[in-house]
Design a binder for this molecule. Structure first.
Ligand SMILES: Nc1ncnc2c1ncn2[C@@H]1O[C@H](COP(=O)(O)OP(=O)(O)OP(=O)(O)O)[C@@H](O)[C@H]1O
Length: 706
């Protein structure tokens, strides 16, 4: 029987798979491809610089390339069109009419908008030009040039690092921006698919006497690098880092706003980095240059890594530094892989050296732990390997193992028994020392530098755990500032990467919109300009999709941590907002009182002089207090003039203002920061102080008498 064509078994290389399904890696259309290429290169550069504790310096230049230039680069001759109708961009009269009508409508809309906002004619002209450029730009090629000052790449590894899909140095339990070993390769795949041009790379590691130069592309069917040219260049000036140049089909005009927003947000979360960005248009007038300047030299603590015994093979390119796996996060395959590659010869050392939170004295620590149940404590009184044996009564004979068993000799059934036990026992949670959050200082600084808000509050949550992976949530809430719209402006970060797409399903967006009662904190979520910044760092971020665009909303621990972090910031802000409101009210009250002083003084003065002898005045006078009586007498005798009365009233308002401020401060309670210990010596032996002494600038409250 002849086999049907569709029955034929076929295989795909990983490169082929991702070339066919570019969207899942964030390479949807030319504009998005340009954006994602920039993003992947920037994140690689930041990882590379931070891995050697170098303050990052990132330079990106996007150069617009015309069809003629592109053809010249590819060695394709330009041709004149003989029959226009054969071309895609040919427009029949009807289509042209429709397009022109649509454009006219759009212009009308822009004009109306401009009139409403009171834009100048120049601004409107700019918008018109933008519209024209957008149309002309629809399918242009862009050259992306990128440079960093990171650790660079070893000469022999460059082809694999950039030309083989799913290869990289960031696999394992590590907090890095990169994870999949895919990003840079997708840029290569897209350049190959859209322009057919190879990429050029220059790189040098710190202290290297030479720089490596490669011109290469990626063989998509075979998933292997295809090196066109390679050479070693002189590096006498000691440069280190990476330089990449890739030519892809892009659409700058449509993604310009996204690229700039991405750079602004990465500058917020990375204020210790310097970013230089330039777009060079064919028409110089449309070019832009932006610098996001470094504002601090304080970098977050790098993640603490440890060398696991088994962490060498199979990833040939791996640096060998990673966090050990937490026992509750392991699966059967992982145990098998670790057992096969560990140099440990006994089960006891295998467990204590290859896994996090299993030390040789684990039993003792667990017994000391108040939360440990008696049963767990008993099991953990021995080493874990011994526990495997201890629980052997429940394990069938062929699944039991001796603590001295070599891990390499473990049978599949023994591995199953070990896996089950590791998931049943209770271990300390990972301590998060291997995580590197941005830090409240950096987050606040980044926000202040980019948004200049009126007030900002930050909070870093405690270390949480999800599937054996530690995570930390940091949040900042700002109110007011420049270039910020009224309402909630949500900024999401994961492992210090800004997330700009698919926000609707993200845990951060959903929490901010649905799970926070903003009015409770005196924040109006529709009219106040609120910036919500939440950053999650972890060795495993539950992303949905390889594009790493949004974090799943179904992990309860993360959901709760995000909510708590936002609420903590809101509590801080509520205090500030309440104080601000009270101060505003007080200012208003003082303003009102002061405003009416001249009128009150004039009225009082006239009234008193007119009625100084009347009977009514005499009866009322009895009820007045002494102070008022003194003023009235002064007015009557002519000692108190109208200007004196005005001055006295002003003095009185000032005094009320100070008294009320003190009263408010006392009601709020004196904060620790405002307290100052002081020892007052009496001037004489006879003294009597009340519990509190008030003065113009503060209150002295007596705690004890010496
Ligand atoms: N600028 C750079 N400097 C030093 N090494 C780099 C640089 N860019 C890439 N690399 C190396 O190449 C590897 C592959 O990079 P790639 O962008 O393909 O994936 P990744 O960053 O590991 O993961 P992801 O796909 O999640 O971004 C990286 O792991 C890194 O070792």
């Amino acid at each position: 029987m002849v086999k049907q064509k569709e029955d034929l078994l076929q295989q795909k290389s990983p490169a082929e798979f991702f070339a066919d399904n570019r969207t899942i890696a964030g390479f949807d259309n030319p504009g998005k491809c340009l954006y994602t290429t920039i993003r992947e290169l920037v994140e690689n550069g930041l990882d590379a610089a931070e891995s050697i504790s170098q303050l990052p310096e990132i330079e990106i230049t996007v150069t617009e390339i015309s069809q003629q230039q592109l053809n010249r680069m590819r060695g394709v001759t330009n041709h004149d069109r003989i029959d226009e109708e054969l071309y895609q961009d040919f427009e029949t009269d009807g289509v042209k009419q429709k397009r022109l009508a649509k454009e006219a409508k759009e212009m009308e809309r822009l004009e109306k908008q401009a009139a409403k906002r009171g834009d100048t004619a120049a601004a409107l002209d700019g918008k018109k030009k933008e519209l024209e450029v957008k149309r002309a730009q629809a399918s242009r090629a862009d050259k992306v040039f990128f440079q960093d000052n990171g650790m660079g790449m070893a000469h022999k590894d460059i082809p694999d690092m950039l030309g083989r899909v799913l290869s990289g140095t960031k696999y394992g339990v590590k907090q890095t921006r990169g994870k999949f070993g895919l990003g840079a390769k997708m840029a290569l795949i897209w350049s190959k698919m859209s322009t057919g041009l190879p990429i050029e790379v220059t790189s040098a590691r710190p202290g290297s006497a030479t720089r490596s130069y490669f011109k290469l592309d990626l063989d998509i069917q075979r998933n292997q690098p295809n090196v066109h040219e390679q050479k070693l260049l002189d590096n006498s000036d000691g440069w280190h880092g990476a330089e990449l140049s890739v030519i892809i089909a892009g659409n700058w005009q449509y993604y310009r706003a996204k690229v700039l927003k991405y750079l602004q947000q990465i500058a917020v979360i990375t204020p210790y980095a310097q970013f230089e960005f330039a777009f060079q248009a064919e028409d110089e007038k449309n070019s832009i240059r932006v610098t996001f300047a470094r504002r601090t030299t304080t970098m977050p603590q790098p993640p603490k890594a440890c060398r696991c015994a088994a962490w060498q093979a199979p990833a040939r390119l791996c640096l060998g530094l990673a966090t050990k796996h937490h026992p509750s996060s392991v699966d059967l395959e992982l145990i098998k892989r670790l057992a096969a590659s560990t140099p440990c010869t006994s089960l006891t050392s295998f467990l204590s050296k290859e896994f996090d939170c299993i030390s040789r004295d684990l039993a003792g620590k667990h017994c000391a732990c108040l939360h440990a149940t008696k049963r767990v404590a008993r099991v953990l009184e021995r080493s874990l390997a011994a526990a495997l044996v201890a629980s052997a009564e429940k394990i069938p004979l062929e699944m039991r193992c001796d603590p001295s068993t070599s891990p390499a000799e473990l049978t599949s059934k023994q591995i199953v028994a070990m896996h089950d036990l590791l998931h049943q026992l209770r271990f300390h949670n990972p301590d998060g020392a291997h995580l590197s959050p941005a830090g409240e200082y950096n987050l606040r600084l980044g926000i202040m530098k980019e948004l200049r808000p009126e007030m900002v509050a930050t909070h870093q949550g405690a270390v949480g755990v999800h599937e054996g992976h530690a995570f930390i949530v940091e949040a900042a809430i700002s109110v007011g500032g420049r270039n910020i719209k009224p309402g909630l402006n949500i900024h999401r970060f994961s492992n210090r990467i800004p997330l700009l797409f698919e926000g609707g399903s993200d845990v951060i967006t959903r929490t901010a919109i649905k799970r926070i009662n903003w009015s409770q904190y005196k924040i109006n979520q529709t009219s106040d300009k609120v910036g919500v910044f939440v950053s999650l760092v972890s060795t495993k971020i539950p992303f949905k999709g390889a594009g790493k665009e949004y974090i799943a909303d179904d992990v309860e621990e993360i959901q709760l941590a995000v909510r708590t972090a936002i609420q903590q910031c809101c509590v801080q802000l509520k205090n500030k907002i309440t104080k601000q409101q009270a101060a505003r009210d007080q200012r208003q009250r003082k303003k009102n009182l002061t405003k009416y002083i001249p009128n009150v003084a004039a009225a009082l003065f006239t009234w008193q002089t007119a009625r100084k002898t009347s009977k009514q005045a005499r009866t009322k006078r009895r009820r007045r207090d002494e102070e008022a009586e003194e003023v009235v007498l002064g007015v009557r005798s002519g000692d108190v003039t109208e200007p004196t009365l005005v001055a006295r009233l002003q003095q009185h308002v000032e005094q009320i203002d100070v008294d009320m401020a003190l009263e408010y401060q006392l009601q709020q309670g004196v904060t620790e920061a405002a307290k100052l210990e002081a020892h007052l010596m009496p001037l004489s032996a006879r003294h009597a102080y009340g519990p509190e002494s008030h003065c113009d600038v503060g209150v002295i409250r007596r705690l004890q008498e010496l």
